[in-house]
Design a protein around this ligand. Structure first.
Ligand code: DP6
Length: 415
């Protein structure tokens, strides 16, 4: 076996947004939650992580680069993921190149990892979920691991809880499990991305100057101090999860929206019930909630659901294309771009919705009239940084095109 070779694999993994939230751990190291959660996977064309993993006898140590910058792998979460996946590595042979790695060799061989998000990491859009899911998925392919996606999800979970839900497309449930060793705390797919194709998702990336409390420390403080969290985990989420699964199976948007909004609001109520209280939403987030509530009420039946994670960004799920077009009209009326921003860089992702809304340029946005259901016509330019329009999407995939690899095939260093 020559000592020069580099063997690598590249994968792409989506991010996900919870509609029944995970908030609180019963085991901090294994990352075991206090309740089940349910998420929708977002289209990787608009929000995903790409990761290349490489192995070579020439590598001196495990190394990782995130968005081009080298980062440390010494943290417990990385170490746990690497250890668990190495344990499951099997023999790998590339006959053409005369490379053979025996099962026992993996313990001695070092890895290079390069990862890249196609969306701004700083925007607070669950980059760790896609990141850890992609790391585990790509390593499983490189190491010829035979475990299925659910079993891999239990490894990704040890990198970041929400990451376990990014191993599938469509709607996904993270089953909290009962075992102390975490072996039954894993993700399963409820339905794939084709089951409910009508849905549109618009994310408002809300401008914020404040550095938020991380999810990890926020939920630790909630577990220690919030009695509402205990009530939520024991009494509310178990029933709500069953109802949410039914709503998804039946494509019952009215129930889906009611449950998703209630769950987001309860998660933020738990944050307020924490000592000291945690504020993730800001005035813009609250404004968006009240616009959506008013609009849903005036339509008679819900057209849009909202959900907010550990930050001020709104994730808005519209029942169909028509509702999404109407929503973007309203959002752009209240939150127009600043005068120096063009519409093209203000709405990212699937721009086809703009045409449906009759919005071809900034002039059309300026000409929008105030939504009938709302008395106030006050506008807030600059309060939203940009919008992303997307859909429910597919799960992780392996990229076979070598040009998309983030590491050089000769040196195993970032390109
Ligand atoms: C509000 O998965 O980021 O987004 O497990 O500590 O890494 P760790 O936390 P993380 O928490 C996500 C919390 C949430 C809700 C959710 O995604 O379910």
């Amino acid at each position: 076996m020559g000592e020069k070779w580099v063997l690598m694999k590249t994968a792409q993994t989506p991010t996900n947004i919870a509609v029944i939230k995970y908030w609180g751990k019963r085991d901090e190291t294994l990352i075991l939650p206090v309740n089940d959660s349910i998420s929708v996977t977002l289209d990787p064309a608009h929000l995903c992580t790409t990761t290349t993993v490489a192995v070579s006898p020439a590598f001196q140590q495990d190394r990782m680069w995130l968005n081009g910058k080298e980062i440390s792998l010494s943290g417990g979460r990385y170490q746990n993921c690497l250890r668990e996946i190495r344990k499951r590595a099997r023999e790998v042979e590339d006959k053409e190149r005369g490379i053979k790695i025996e099962k026992k060799d993996w313990a001695k061989l070092h890895l290079h990892i390069a990862s890249y998000n196609n969306f701004p990491t700083a925007a607070g859009l669950a980059s760790s979920a896609a990141g850890f899911a992609c790391l585990v998925f790509a390593l499983a392919k490189l190491m010829n691991v035979s475990e299925d996606e659910s079993q891999l999800s239990a490894i990704a979970r040890q990198g970041s809880g929400s990451a376990c839900r990014s191993l599938f497309g469509g709607f996904v449930k993270w089953i909290m499990g009962k075992e102390d060793d975490g072996s039954d705390s894993l993700a399963v797919q409820l339905v794939d991305e084709k089951h409910w194709e009508d849905l549109f998702i618009i994310i408002a990336v809300v401008s914020s100057r404040q550095k938020e409390t991380s999810s990890t420390s926020g939920m630790r403080e909630s577990v220690e101090t919030s009695s509402l969290l205990q009530h939520r985990a024991k009494e509310v989420v178990p029933k709500r999860t069953i109802q949410m699964e039914e709503a998804i199976q039946n494509r019952d948007f009215a129930s889906f929206a009611k449950l998703a909004c209630a769950d987001s609001n309860q998660f933020h109520a738990v944050c307020l019930d924490t000592l000291p209280p945690i504020f993730y939403m800001n005035d813009t987030s609250h404004r968006i909630i009240s616009y959506v509530e008013k609009c849903n009420r005036s339509e008679g039946t819900p057209q849009v659901a909202y959900t907010f994670d550990a930050g001020p960004n709104a994730v808005l799920i519209a029942r169909d294309r028509k509702a999404a077009a109407q929503l973007i009209q309203r959002l752009l009326f209240y939150f127009p771009p600043k005068s120096d921003t063009d519409l093209d860089s203000y709405l990212l992702g699937d721009k086809t919705i703009l045409k449906d809304a009759g919005l071809e340029g900034l002039k059309d946005v300026e000409a929008l009239s105030p939504p009938p259901e709302n008395g106030s016509a006050q506008k807030y330019p600059g309060d939203v940084s940009y919008f992303i329009c997307t859909r429910p999407g597919k799960g992780p995939i392996l990229l076979s095109n070598d040009k998309l690899a983030l590491l050089d095939p000769e040196t195993g260093l970032p390109k």
